[in-house]
Design a protein around this ligand. Structure first.
Ligand code: AP5
Length: 218
């Protein structure tokens, strides 16, 4: 089961990807998480990516394609993978197709498109808190931790991502409209796209995703 989770920033891709990957034994590859780890560690990739991520712009295609190629080459689960936040441009989608066919790996089998209106996205991102230590994600209203500011999973400190501040969110939404939204038609034409109504609560969205996967993959 090789899946792509597509949708605007804050659509809930990461929240669902973590749960679905855990339940189905899939490898979860989040380009956002990999880039944040590289920035935290001050690697050459991180230093390069930081100037784009901080402004809410897309990191150049070559950088993210290399990251994903490396993650896919790393093996992971034989059951399949979820690409969360990749591809985000037409060039990335085409690079993914070339990489999978070159290496004889099965390509994308389904693209789940999380449709969420802008107002909901803005509310979700302004209230999101992430764990500095393990990267777990919470929301002050919709998915609060048991204790304010403390990660349930590892006890780490929760923080507001720099790129979740209002001006940067506006830039991210603009980048999404311009570069990523065209992928919706691209994957419709390929017969791979399935829309998930993403504006319900996390459990409702999860049930909708499981229904879709159950119908297609059993
Ligand atoms: P990335 O981290 O991928 O950011 P994003 O796509 O903008 O996605 P988010 O992580 O903001 O949102 P999400 O859809 O995962 O929502 P989440 O589940 O967390 O990328 C960051 C940056 O890295 C980019 O801006 C770019 O610079 C760079 N980058 C990454 N990939 C790249 C690529 N391929 N090419 C170029 N550059 C790239 O949920 C959000 C909040 O809502 C949380 O608080 C959550 O608790 C809450 N929530 C989730 N679901 C629900 C629900 N159903 N109801 C209520 N609340 C919910």
């Amino acid at each position: 089961m090789n899946l792509v989770f597509l949708g605007p920033p804050g659509a809930g891709k990461g929240t669902q990807a973590v749960e679905i990957a855990r339940a189905r034994g899939l490898t979860h590859i989040s380009t956002g998480e990999i880039l944040r780890a590289a920035i935290r560690d001050g690697t050459p990739t991180g230093l390069k990516a930081k100037q784009y991520v901080d402004k809410g712009e897309l990191v150049p295609d070559g950088v993210v394609v290399d990251i994903v190629s490396e993650a896919l080459a790393g093996g992971g689960s034989s059951t399949g993978w979820i690409l969360d936040g990749f591809p985000r441009t037409l060039a990335q989608a085409k690079a993914l197709e070339s990489k999978t066919s070159e290496t004889g790996v099965k390509g994308v089998e389904m693209v789940l498109y999380f449709a969420v209106p802008d107002e909901a996205v803005i509310k979700r991102l302004s209230g999101r808190r992430m764990c500095r230590a393990c990267g777990a994600s919470y929301h002050v209203d919709f998915m609060p931790p048991a204790n304010d500011g403390v990660c349930d999973r590892c006890g780490g400190e929760l923080y507001l991502r720099d790129d979740d501040k209002p001006q940067t969110v506006r830039n991210r939404l603009a980048a999404y409209r311009e570069a990523t939204e065209p992928l919706v038609d691209y994957y419709i034409e390929k017969g791979l796209l399935v829309e998930v109504k993403g504006d319900g609560g996390p459990e409702t969205v999860r049930a909708a995703v499981e229904d879709i996967l159950g119908e297609r993959f059993c």
